[in-house]
Write a protein that binds this ligand. Structure first.
Ligand code: NA7
Length: 559
């Protein structure tokens, strides 16, 4: 007997028809399955992967690790889970995150309602029946009243389209879809292309093993110490004893993280130059010794005032230079082309020190890029380099990629990927899109997902949708979508908020810059979760202002 088969289905639908289909078995999708099942809905979760874990299933490259404290980057909805799971490190590694998510899936008995190796390829909305019809990679067709996309913000790998890629006779690996069998670099000549978070995490690990490593850097990024260390039992006890307060505080901070070092912190109250230079440097130093998320809230104006931001930028630049022996290499690794924090701050674990090793070479490709792949390696800046292995750490079509790669057709056959390719992501609060009724997004584009602890955001959004579906069922509504006006208002608000920050000054995946042809617009809401939450709760309290609720066509005809 499955976990749900004994529950009363809300709609009483047939075997291949569900109340809710969830796509994606990462943090957000697993919780959605659990929560909606508990509400009594008939739910099925599909994922193209061979296991649960979402982004952590795929990104299993050496050194992969979360950049948020493990005690915070974990489910908050269940005391049982919070209290009974033990993290071994302050910042969990990919294998530990996988163990955690598998443990959760077992503990909540989720597996009977999860179908793996099943990618949703198409979704078509049937306006007459208010149903989504889904086509899966397995050839199956499934119908559902509500479709929940929990497909992740960094899950659609970018294809860097290197010229003559097929010519290279050695092995090519992508950090974003790392093999399950261990990759040996022993005695090998290895290249890494890309120095974002994935490159910065994997480079030190690869360098330890490879005969020689060449890193191809197109742009330098800011990286700060990950501050990872074994979990201290006293710290773990203190967090577990204070989880209630910590979780509440997280929801009131800008980034969804309340722990800095071993303390609970609130949002900043002082501006950078309101304090003495000594105090300012002390605050930066505290961040250096704490966690990379603490930098985002070190002072009130750090993301909005260029001079304030430069003070922090200079502090980190000095620290980068101090770690690298060769001044020319140090200068190449020091970013000057964007304000700090406007690209995701990377968490490093020996990254800069790696360039002091004899077996590591940094090649600046900021002007030339990669010319082409060759039989023996690759050419950059007109020079050929020979390799056994090339690792591409070249990033993602962030926020929108995973949704746009599915063929989703809403009212009147409207195609989401075509509309978003032309106009950018169009949503109300990153939750729903006009013309695509009953399609819910968790951590969707223009939600705060890339700028707020995504596990908490996914939980909160899941419950908001849960209340909406309950209300619809109680009142006999069968379809919901945002109004065009509410969607336009959100898009405008999102842009205006970003324009008050320094984010538009950087080329970044937050702005869609890393994918050629992608419309340039901020993809993550920067106004803070408090404002985001109050906007959506106010709508809910007011009979869902900004959303259109409709009754079934058949019942309307009968009235
Ligand atoms: P990122 O941060 O987007 O980094 C990708 C890196 O790859 C970056 O250095 C890029 O240079 C480089 N890149 C991308 N395409 C090319 C081509 N065609 N040629 C050379 N170099 C290229 O992705 P990550 O996977 O590292 O991290 C993603 C997020 O995961 C991260 O922000 C954290 O939130 C977790 P560029 O900067 O574009 O010049």
């Amino acid at each position: 007997m499955t976990a749900t088969s004994h529950q009363q289905s809300v709609s009483g639908s047939s075997a291949d028809s569900f109340d809710i289909v969830v796509i994606g078995a990462g943090y957000a999708g697993l919780y959605a399955l659990h929560y909606y099942r508990k509400l009594g809905y008939r739910v099925r979760l599909y994922d193209k992967a061979g296991g649960v874990g979402g982004t952590w299933y795929w990104n299993r490259y050496p050194g992969a690790r979360v950049d948020i404290e493990s005690m915070e980057y974990s489910y908050s909805f269940s005391e049982d889970i919070q209290q009974n799971w033990q993290w071994s490190e302050r910042y969990a590694s990919q294998p530990e995150l996988m163990r955690y998510l598998n443990w959760v899936a077992d503990r909540l008995e989720l597996r009977p309602d999860i179908q793996l190796n099943s990618e949703m390829k198409t979704a078509r909305y049937d306006e007459a029946a208010d149903r989504w019809h889904l086509g899966l990679s397995t050839g199956e067709s499934v119908a559902t009243r509500f479709l929940v996309l929990a497909t992740g913000i960094l899950s659609a790998a970018k294809d860097p389209q290197f010229k003559n890629r097929e010519r290279f006779k050695g092995a090519v690996y992508f950090t974003s879809s790392w093999p399950h069998d261990p990759v040996s670099f022993k005695g090998k000549r290895v290249a890494v292309i890309g120095t974002g978070s994935s490159g910065i995490q994997s480079i030190p690990e690869i360098a330890k093993e490879a005969a020689h490593l060449t890193v191809f850097q197109r742009s330098a990024n800011f990286a700060v110490p990950s501050c990872n260390r074994p979990m201290e039992p006293e710290f773990e006890r203190w967090v577990k004893d204070n989880y209630l307060e910590i979780r509440e505080r997280e929801l009131r901070t800008h980034v969804g993280c309340a722990i800095v070092g071993n303390e609970i912190r609130a949002n900043p109250t002082k501006a950078t130059f309101e304090v003495s230079e000594e105090e300012r440097l002390e605050a930066f130093e505290r961040c250096w010794n704490a966690a990379n998320f603490s930098y985002y809230t070190v002072f009130t104006d750090i993301l909005t005032d260029k001079r304030a931001n430069d003070a922090l930028g200079d502090f980190i630049r000095d620290r980068i230079r101090a770690q690298v022996k060769d001044p020319k290499v140090a200068e190449l690794l020091t970013p000057h082309d964007h304000p700090v924090l406007t690209r995701r701050l990377c968490a490093e674990n020996g990254y800069y020190l790696t360039y002091n090793r004899d077996n590591v070479l940094l090649v600046d490709i900021s002007k030339s890029g990669i010319d082409e792949f060759t039989e023996k390696g690759l050419k950059a800046g007109g020079k050929e380099y020979e390799f056994d292995i090339i690792v591409c750490a070249t990033g993602f079509d962030a926020m929108t990629g995973s949704i746009m790669r599915m063929d989703i057709h809403g009212r009147g056959g409207r195609q989401m990927s075509r509309e978003w390719a032309e106009k950018g992501a169009r949503t109300r609060a990153g939750m729903m899109s006009e013309g695509y009724p009953n399609l819910f997004m968790l951590n969707g584009p223009t939600s705060p997902a890339a700028f707020f602890q995504p596990v908490l955001l996914g939980e909160w959004q899941t419950r908001w949708f849960g209340r909406l579906m309950r209300r619809m069922d109680q009142r006999g509504f069968t379809a919901v979508e945002p109004t065009v006006e509410a969607e336009n208002e959100w898009i405008q608000h999102n842009i205006e908020v970003a324009d008050h920050t320094l984010f538009p000054l950087a080329k970044s995946w937050y702005m869609g810059d890393n994918v050629p042809g992608k419309p340039r617009v901020i993809l993550s809401y920067l106004g803070g979760f408090s404002l985001y939450r109050s906007t959506l709760e106010a709508s809910e309290d007011n009979k869902y202002t900004g959303f259109k609720l409709e009754r079934a066509k058949l019942s309307q005809a009968a009235e």
